[in-house]
Each structure stands twice: as structure tokens, then as C-alpha cells.
Design a protein around this ligand. Structure first.
Ligand code: XMP
Ligand code: MG
Length: 183
């Protein structure tokens, strides 16, 4: 375990098992279809990679990068598209792949965007769900794990761009975000 991590919340093995389970369900749901999986950069990258390798239908993948005006631990819901999709959404079955739903603001923005672009269907799969953080009424179609209302890192999730490469989800030691500004 990394020395900055206080507790491992979800182990590498549990994440991998969940990717197989969710992948099997999505394989059934998209059988005979050609969904467009949309990953939200950068946090969703590890989950997207492991999940999609467990979906055994044809699919297309694309990425969006969005930034929200908030502080680094919380999004404000005012969203700016930094990188848009290269793929046309109209008529497509969209699978949004996210690392975590907290307030739900980012996701509610994306759902509206894909509706506006006339997606045929929109499904939302998230690795983590933090229901206590919710400020808008949005629910994932599939969520891997519920997490408590604490800041978590690893497996795509960062603090100051670090820890995305951990293979598990953990909670940082308080002294790590307690004013140490070197990066
Ligand atoms: P909303 O609030 O829009 O937020 O649902 C989703 C985005 O907020 C970030 N976020 C976190 N990042 N640990 C992180 O590293 C967390 O505990 C956490 N909670 C929210 C994340 O970027 C996510 O995509
Ligand atoms: Mg994010």
C-alpha cells in the first residue's frame, strides 16, 4: 500500500471482479447493438479500460474532457467542454462511463447534452457512487460500489493529479492534504 494512503476502501481484486460482473450485464444489454462508450477524462480511464474488455459485443469508444468550475475536491456544476467527442451522437446508444458520481452535476450536464444531441438511448455506469454528496436527482443505471462521503483516490481518482495509477481505491492520510503544497 502507498505510504500516503490511510485505508484501502476497495481492493484491486474487488474492482476487477466488479468489472467482470458489470461487463457481463452490459454484454447482455447491448447484444446485437453497437453502443458508443463515452469515457470522461481523466478519472474514468482505468475503469473504462477494464470494463470494456469485459463487454463482448461490438462497441465504439470515445472520450470527453470536461472541467467544472469548483475547487479541486468538489465540482460546481458549471461545466466547460475541454475536449468534445469525435463521434456523432444522434441515433446512438450511449454508455457514459464515469469514475464517481458525487453531487451528480457533471452527469446531469452530460445526460442533457446527449439528449439534446438526440441519442437513441443513454445509460450511465459508474464505478463509485457517493449518494450522500448528491445535490441533483440523478441515478446511475449501474454503480459498482457505494462509498461514504469522504474524499477517495486511486484507480483514476486523483488528489492534485496524483494517485490515479493506484490499482485500488483508498482514503488519503489527512496530513497529505493538510497544507503541503509541493507538487
Ligand atoms: P459531481 O459532483 O459532478 O462530481 O458528481 C464528479 C467529479 O467530481 C470529482 N470527485 C472526486 N474526485 N475523489 C476524487 O478524486 C473524490 O472523492 C471525488 N468526488 C468527486 C471527480 O472528478 C468526478 O468525476
Ligand atoms: Mg473527474
Amino acid at each position: 500500500m502507498h505510504s500516503d494512503i490511510q485505508d484501502v476502501l476497495i481492493s484491486t481484486e474487488d474492482i476487477q471482479a466488479k468489472c467482470r460482473e458489470l461487463g457481463a450485464q452490459l454484454t447482455d444489454e447491448y447484444e446485437g447493438k453497437f453502443p458508443l462508450a463515452v469515457g470522461v477524462l481523466k478519472g474514468a480511464l482505468p475503469f473504462m479500460s477494464d470494463l470494456l474488455r469485459n463487454i463482448h459485443t461490438h462497441l465504439e469508444m470515445d472520450f470527453m474532457d470536461i472541467s467544472s468550475y469548483g475547487n479541486e475536491m468538489r465540482s460546481s456544476g458549471e461545466v466547460k467542454i475541454e475536449k468534445d467527442l469525435d463521434t456523432k451522437v444522434e441515433g446512438r446508444d450511449i454508455l457514459i462511463v464515469e469514475d464517481i458520481i458525487d453531487s451528480g452535476l457533471t452527469l446531469s450536464y452530460l445526460m442533457d447534452l446527449f439528449k439534446y444531441r438526440k441519442a437513441n438511448s443513454i445509460k450511465l455506469v459508474t464505478l463509485l457512487d457517493k449518494p450522500e454528496g448528491r445535490t441533483v436527482d440523478i441515478k446511475a443505471d449501474m454503480a459498482g460500489f457505494e462509498v461514504p462521503n469522504e474524499f477517495v483516490v486511486g484507480y483514476g481518482l486523483d488528489y492534485q493529479e496524483r494517485y490515479r495509477n493506484l490499482s485500488y481505491i483508498g482514503i488519503l492520510k489527512p496530513e497529505v492534504y493538510g497544507g503541503n503544497d509541493e507538487s
